[in-house]
Design a protein around this ligand. Structure first.
Ligand code: FES
Ligand SMILES: [Fe+2]
Length: 374
């Protein structure tokens, strides 16, 4: 992939629900769209173009008025929650042009996350944000790490997550475990809620856990089921289930979608939710939501929950990934002449993930070309 792309016709995470307290304006850039987002007094999250229709002043620098309108900080035009200008201070009684409207973005709040569709609003019904049932469920402890600003195209991070053969050497000294890289991979693909997904499945039995996994999940030797799934370009779900040998609940084929862990019972593990929100071709925002069964505690430090142990280790590991993808990104500045990329067997999933993104991008481009021709 010499071309670095992002797609707009996709749901992306703008933040956790708690990131949007009532009446606090926030400005973000998602897929090169500047967007102002806030929660109204009534609890609804709204999002529209951050550029005032008058002179492009960022509306996120304005203020919310008692009647719920947003006042631009420059000349004071006021917008209602649909993005329509309803008052212009310099001519309070004059007519307001319908052009004095800023574009609203479709928004969905579900499972404790706020999702935005930066693409064609008419297509927003064709896909739904992937579900994350663990977040907000009392049987789980969920901890969000981030947001982290990543100086790389989001595909590089999705590839990094789908390909865990980089644990050695990149994560040598923390989660590096070369034996893990040698576990054979099965691939699952399909479409759910309008989103094409690709999932890797790694099954292993009587596996000697590295010390950090024994600390998190207690059993020194396990049967293990590990899935990594790009559920959409906006979310990758990673599930690890561990049980003493012979005790893993091996379901028929054991490749059900998506990876799933029961929060009670003998199996221990995690559900990691990675969200990828592109800013532009060269940068994106990464969040990781660590979910572990709420009553699972660390073996080495029984006063501390497994979720907290995983989350506290994460920044060190993430720093290595952030470094790697930023270095890769830097090399994309040079033309491919004389260079060709090698694909190894475990790269199969990332190859499929790239194809999903490229196909989505082509469809989107073809749609905008045909609109332009009409
Ligand atoms: S730029 Fe917003 S009112 Fe003029
Ligand atoms: Fe990594």
């Amino acid at each position: 992939m010499t071309e670095q792309i992002f797609v707009r016709d996709c749901w992306y995470v703008a933040g956790m629900s708690d990131d949007f307290p009532a009446e606090k304006l926030t400005g973000q850039v998602i897929a090169k769209r500047p967007i102002v987002i806030w929660r109204t007094k009534d609890g609804e999250v709204v999002a529209y173009d951050d550029r005032c229709s008058h002179k492009r002043f960022p509306l996120s620098k304005g203020r919310l008025m008692a009647d719920g309108t947003l006042e631009c900080a420059y000349h004071g035009m006021r917008y209602d929650t649909s993005g329509k200008c309803v008052m212009i201070p310099s001519h309070p009684t004059g007519p307001i042009s319908p052009q004095a409207t800023v574009r609203a973005f479709p928004i969905i709040e579900q499972d404790g996350l706020v999702w935005i569709w930066p693409g064609d609003p008419e297509k927003s019904e064709t896909r739904k944000p992937p579900r994350v049932p663990e977040v907000g469920d009392a049987r789980w402890e969920s901890i969000c790490v981030g947001p982290m600003n990543v100086s790389a195209n989001y595909m590089l991070l999705i590839e990094n997550l789908l390909d865990i053969t980089h644990f050695y050497p990149l994560h040598d000294g923390n989660i590096g475990d070369i034996a893990n890289s040698r576990i054979p991979i099965e691939l699952e693909e399909g479409t759910v809620d309008g989103n094409e997904y690709v999932m890797t499945v790694r099954k292993t039995s009587s596996y000697t856990q590295p010390p950090y996994l024994e600390d998190w999940f207690h059993y020194p030797v396990v049967d293990r089921h590990h899935t990594h799934c790009m559920m959409s370009p906006g979310l990758t779900r990673v599930v690890m289930r561990n049980a003493p040998p012979g005790e893993l609940d091996v379901r028929e084929g054991d490749t059900e979608f998506p990876g799933h862990l029961e929060p009670t019972g003998i199996e221990r593990g995690y559900v990691l939710i990675h969200t990828h929100t592109p800013v532009d071709e060269r940068s994106h925002v990464w969040r990781v939501i660590v979910n572990c069964p709420a009553d699972n505690m660390s073996k080495g430090e029984p006063g501390k929950s497994t979720a907290k142990r995983v989350a506290e280790m994460f920044p060190e590991v993430a720093a290595e990934d952030l470094w790697a993808v930023a270095e890769q990104q830097r090399m994309f500045e040079y033309p491919d002449e004389g260079y060709s990329e090698v694909f190894l067997k475990p790269d199969l999933a990332l190859r499929r993930a790239r194809k999903i993104l490229v196909d989505m991008h082509r469809t989107e481009q073809a749609g905008s070309r045909s609109e332009a021709a009409e």
